[in-house]
Design a binder for this molecule. Structure first.
Ligand SMILES: *Cc1c(COP(=O)(O)O)cnc(C)c1O
Length: 799
């Protein structure tokens, strides 16, 4: 049905009438989207079956990527791109009077993630399939993804997200493969074949039902699987419990994604989600394995299990439980297999964000798992004692269980063969500071794997104009091997290529300007600099620094009528965790500043401030290609990698950033003349944190610009919000500015002036832009996943 345009048109019309039950003329965009989606799924289903069969027969090693989040976004167009039929479908639809981009809008984002961590998991799925690796995802089918953000009077309001409202064409529910997951209860030991075995009794059981989604690769018939688990009542529900209550408790497990970026909350439910994911995933992996293997003794030769951060770390004791209690293995043997199977990625350095669970919660929920964690801890501490006899301090610091808590990062390091950070700087900080003791004990376990993004979604799909300009210049080999984008380097000063890039950017800016106008009735100057900061709202990401600088620009314009900067549109997009007051006040402040700057005759033709609500993957795809300046201004040492920075660079934006996360590597690749770096370095920040010596008051008192903007937060400057911004002002002064905004303010303002000067020189700016595109191939997640495959998973592509 996708072999020729005419065939496609005929099948589509027929399918539309069959599935929607309405005539073509009466069909809605939603009907049309559903029909096309079903055609795609049907089309891939044969390859899906064949792929699974091939893997089985080849005995190829398989990778399972366990993640509590998969931030997939929309799947229709990425599927068409990966199948290589997008242009054909688009033109076929056009002949039927249908605009593909309108069908695209009918699809809800699968927003099963908070931000970078969940988006990374989605990019990895795309790369694993495109590299023809047998790599599958396991996650949770949240009924409601990350909340929908609305802005009312400048304040964030959260609404439940409803991506399943119109069904999900991409999934197949497989009730025959459902798995029971027990919680609570107690552990008994019984004699089985002359051996003592533990059994978990009196548990409350929940049914985990798999929903499988095909994962397509680019230019390959290989189809992998993303298996998402949904919670349903089990056949045997607890007799002592009211059924309605049981049903609610059960379904709650896969009801909502936790909207807390980094910190954990709603503790019991969150823990239940983790075990729900791990128990059902491992059981299904082992069931599949047993179909083709007679025993489990070389399990790790055939299966690699990767845990995306510590949320699925219970996989370690759970796999031990299966091997020992169910399969009758001895501890040492089971431990060898488990540690050789599991590998772990650390995503954070903020020590307050490292996951730990109170024993009081953990132990009653999973009594048998807790016993195993205790045993792992005891054996580990004994090992430490042999290495460091008498060094109680060190052993206490490294223990898995200490002071009433289970430390998930420690469990993950001890129970795996590989620990990786997500950017060079981040990995160095882990090795030298946060995980220094562990690195000394297990130096060979640690490595760096700098994050990446799939260039198929973030370039081919999001920016077809740039894609075709690149291919016109250097051919199409770069699509399979994105590092070949480096060929563009020789076009950096080529005036006709510069013109192409200029026109592409202008077109994307015009499209975004239209989106902004349609949403907010706000006209923005499409020739202004589009200066963008889109990411979760967090103090360490320093959106507040950006806003304070905008206030300063406005103050300068008010005071000095000769100061007329190059027109700029500052664009923000960010969700704040619902309980995070500081973050919510920053959102309010952005709106309050917009209300002044966008309407004051002094500034309105020069400065515009735009907040695009409900930031998500599909919106990012529209904003990023239209961006000139990519704001990556986190406090150095706090952003593990960042991946937004890579998406912007790939689309020709120039980075304005600190030496943090992957910004460091962007700078190394493009050279200092092709980005703007400012501010304190990670070493300096960590020095201040350890030894003190920073007093934000000094900067407030000694820099008139700073005093003015900080005072404006509380002086009544914002007529509509007298008391809103005390939290922000307090964080800067009373709490001594934990994220060093005031210390970096002056350097940031200077860097912004340099940005404006560089932009004014068209040839220079386009040259910078092209250099950025040319060096972005390194950040394709194909490179990242290849490194995982070779160094961690020991898997090879299926030819
Ligand atoms: C890429 C992406 C992120 C991560 O952005 P950072 O700037 O790296 O924090 C978050 N949310 C969405 C929707 C994304 O696409």
């Amino acid at each position: 049905m996708f072999h020729s345009k005419d065939e496609f048109k005929a099948s589509f019309s027929q399918r539309l009438e069959q599935t929607a039950g309405v005539s073509f003329a009466n069909s809605t965009k939603q009907h049309q989207y559903q029909a096309l989606g079903m055609m795609v799924r049907e089309f891939v289903s044969t390859n899906w079956i064949v792929s699974n069969e091939e893997i089985r027969q080849s005995g190829q090693k398989e990778v399972y990527y366990l993640s509590i989040e998969f931030l997939l976004g929309r799947l229709l167009v990425s599927s068409l791109v990966n199948l290589g039929v997008k242009d054909m479908v688009e033109s076929g639809l056009q002949e039927l009077g249908i605009d593909l981009s309108e069908l695209e809008e009918a699809e809800a984002d699968a927003g099963l993630g908070n931000g970078g961590l969940g988006r990374l998991a989605a990019c990895f799925l795309d790369s694993m399939a495109s590299l023809k690796l047998s790599g599958h995802g396991h996650g949770i089918r949240y009924k409601h993804g990350l909340f929908e953000q609305k802005i009312i009077d400048g304040y964030q309001v959260e609404l439940p997200e409803q991506w399943l409202r119109n069904g999900n064409v991409w999934e197949v529910r497989k009730p025959d493969l459902a798995i029971e997951v027990p919680f609570w209860g107690d552990v008994q030991w019984i004699e089985k074949n002359g051996k003592l075995t533990f059994v978990h009794e009196h548990a409350e059981t929940v049914l985990a039902v798999p929903f499988d989604m095909p994962v397509l690769g680019y230019d390959t018939t290989r189809v992998n699987t993303l298996r998402l688990w949904g919670a349903e009542p089990a056949k045997h529900y607890p007799p002592h419990k009211d059924f309605m209550q049981y049903k609610r408790d059960t379904e709650q497990i896969s009801e909502f994604l936790y909207p807390n970026d980094m910190s954990n909350d709603g503790k019991i439910l969150r823990l239940k989600q983790q075990y729900f994911l791990v128990r059902s995933s491992l059981k299904s992996i082992i069931n599949d394995y047993k179909e083709n293997h007679s025993d489990l003794y070389d399990f790790h030769e055939h299966v690699a299990i990767h845990i995306n951060d510590t949320h699925p770390a219970i996989a370690i004791p759970e796999l031990m439980r299966i091997f020992i209690d169910e399969e009758g293995m001895k501890w040492d043997q089971a431990w060898t297999i488990v540690t050789n199977t599991i590998s772990y990625t650390n995503h954070t350095i903020l020590s307050e964000a490292m996951e730990k669970w109170s024993i009081d919660l953990f132990k009653p929920l999973f009594p048998r798992i807790y016993m195993i964690v205790e045993e792992i801890n005891e054996r580990f501490c004994k090992e430490l004692w042999r290495e460091y006899p008498g060094d109680w301090d060190r052993i206490e610091q490294m223990a898995i269980i200490a002071h009433g808590f289970v430390k998930m990062a420690h469990l993950s390091i001890v129970g795996s063969h590989s620990v990786n950070g997500v950017a060079k700087l981040h990995t160095e900080i882990l090795k030298k500071r946060e995980m220094k003791n562990f690195h000394e004990f297990y130096p060979e376990r640690f490595s760096n794997k700098t994050n990446g993004i799939t260039h198929r979604r973030w370039l081919l799909q999001a920016n077809p104009e740039l894609t075709s300009s690149i291919s016109k210049a250097i051919g199409t080999n770069w699509i399979a091997e994105p590092q070949q984008l480096a060929e563009l380097e020789k076009f950096a000063n080529d005036s006709s290529f510069q013109l192409e890039i200029d026109e592409m950017k202008q077109k994307k800016k015009r499209e975004l300007a239209k989106i902004i106008f349609d949403r907010d009735f706000l006209a923005v100057d499409e020739h202004s600099i589009f200066d963008v900061q889109i990411k979760r709202l967090h103090a360490y990401k320093r959106q507040l620094l950006n806003v304070l600088h905008i206030m300063h620009l406005y103050n300068r314009m008010k005071e000095d009528s000769s100061f007329r900067p190059h027109p700029r549109t500052f664009i923000f997009g960010a969700k704040a965790a619902p309980g995070y007051e500081y973050a919510k006040k920053v959102i309010k402040l952005i709106h309050s500043v917009a209300n002044i700057v966008n309407y004051d005759p002094i500034s309105k033709d020069t400065l515009r401030v735009v907040f695009l609500d409900n930031y998500r993957v599909s919106l990012a795809e529209k904003i990023i290609p239209a961006t000139n300046v990519s704001e990556q201004i986190s406090t150095a040492s706090k952003e593990a990698s960042g991946t937004g920075n890579m998406k912007f660079m790939m689309n020709g934006a120039v980075t304005l950033g600190t030496l943090d996360g992957a910004n460091v590597e962007i700078g190394d690749l493009v050279g200092p003349e092709n980005l703007f770096i400012f501010g304190l370095k990670a070493e300096e920040i960590m020095h201040f944190e350890k030894y003190g010596g920073y007093h934000s008051h000094d900067y407030y008192h000694n820099d008139r610009r700073i005093k003015q903007v900080v005072d404006q937060l509380t002086s009544g400057f914002f007529r509509d919000s007298y008391y809103d911004f005390e939290t922000l002002s307090d964080s800067l002064l009373m709490e001594n500015d934990q994220y060093f905004l005031l210390k970096d303010f002056s350097a940031y303002a200077d860097a912004q002036d340099q940005v404006a000067a560089a932009y004014a020189d068209r040839k220079r700016w386009l040259n910078m832009s092209i250099h950025n595109i040319a060096h972005s191939g390194f950040f394709s997640s194909d490179r990242t996943v290849s490194e995982y495959a070779k160094d961690i998973w020991n898997v090879h592509p299926l030819s």
